[in-house]
Design a protein around this ligand. Structure first.
Ligand code: ADE
Length: 235
């Protein structure tokens, strides 16, 4: 799967994603991540990519042309017009279902804004999806792009060592994850729940499901209600 990030800060993207699991997946050729510097596409002799907003107001806006050309350079090179995700607090809040949907694409382009925003005409020309990572404002779209790329990458087959781990974690079935324990069985007087030492797989599964329900009800009542409604369960 190919991720292209249109940004004024390519090092931020590449430095962040070159490490850990996404870095390993890049090396293994399972994913390709490329940061494209929007500044390389300005025709301004001082390499400016921003200007004052028409009608006045605070701050500067990214101009349409370098944004559009940076996208065109990718579309032309790969011979397709991939989906373009613009990271913005005005977008639809990102969730696991969106990650699954994005993971079906062969190519994804991420557009990272800076300053007060981007000229609307660039957005109208290329953006297909407006995505927010939550109700707070960041200084730019780079961190949100990295968040989305990380969560989509781990759904690409082979990126996680164990195919199972993508399946059993929080949200894959709409519930939060159950608590987990490793050795020692007694840590500072705190015992691992007996059932996990029993070797009885049926009971372990049942216990885990109950704990998932318990946690979800306590910490994410919204998800709990949804799960109960969808699973026709009155417990
Ligand atoms: N850009 C700035 N804040 C953002 C947010 N919360 N989500 C996505 N993009 C952003």
């Amino acid at each position: 799967m190919n991720f292209y990030v249109l940004t004024l800060f390519p090092d931020m993207i590449m430095d962040g994603l070159r490490t850990s699991i996404t870095g390993r997946a890049m090396e293994a050729g399972l994913i390709h991540i490329e940061a494209v510097n929007i500044r390389d596409f300005t025709k301004d002799k001082h390499k400016h990519v921003d200007d004052y907003p028409y009608g006045g107001g605070a701050g500067m806006l990214m101009q349409a042309e370098p944004v559009y050309l940076s996208y065109e350079s990718i579309a032309e090179r790969i011979g397709r017009k991939p989906r373009v995700i613009f990271l913005t607090p005005q977008g639809k809040t990102f969730n696991q279902d969106m990650a699954k949907e994005f993971a079906l694409e062969e190519d994804l382009v991420f557009l990272c804004g800076h300053y007060e925003g981007i000229d609307e005409r660039a957005l109208e020309s290329i953006v297909t999806d407006y995505v927010s990572i939550g109700d707070y404002v960041l200084t730019g779209g780079e961190l949100p792009a990295m968040v989305v790329i990380d969560s989509v990458s781990r759904l690409v087959p082979g990126v996680l060592n164990n195919d199972e781990s993508a399946q059993t974690e929080s949200f894959s079935d709409g519930l939060l994850e159950y608590p987990q324990y490793t050795r020692p069985a007694n840590y500072k007087g705190m015992e691992v729940p007996e059932v996990l030492l029993s070797g009885h797989h049926g009971n372990i599964e049942k216990w885990r499901h109950e704990k998932s329900l318990e946690r979800t009800k306590k910490y994410r009542p919204d998800l709990y209600e949804k799960y109960m409604a969808e699973n026709n369960n009155n417990s």
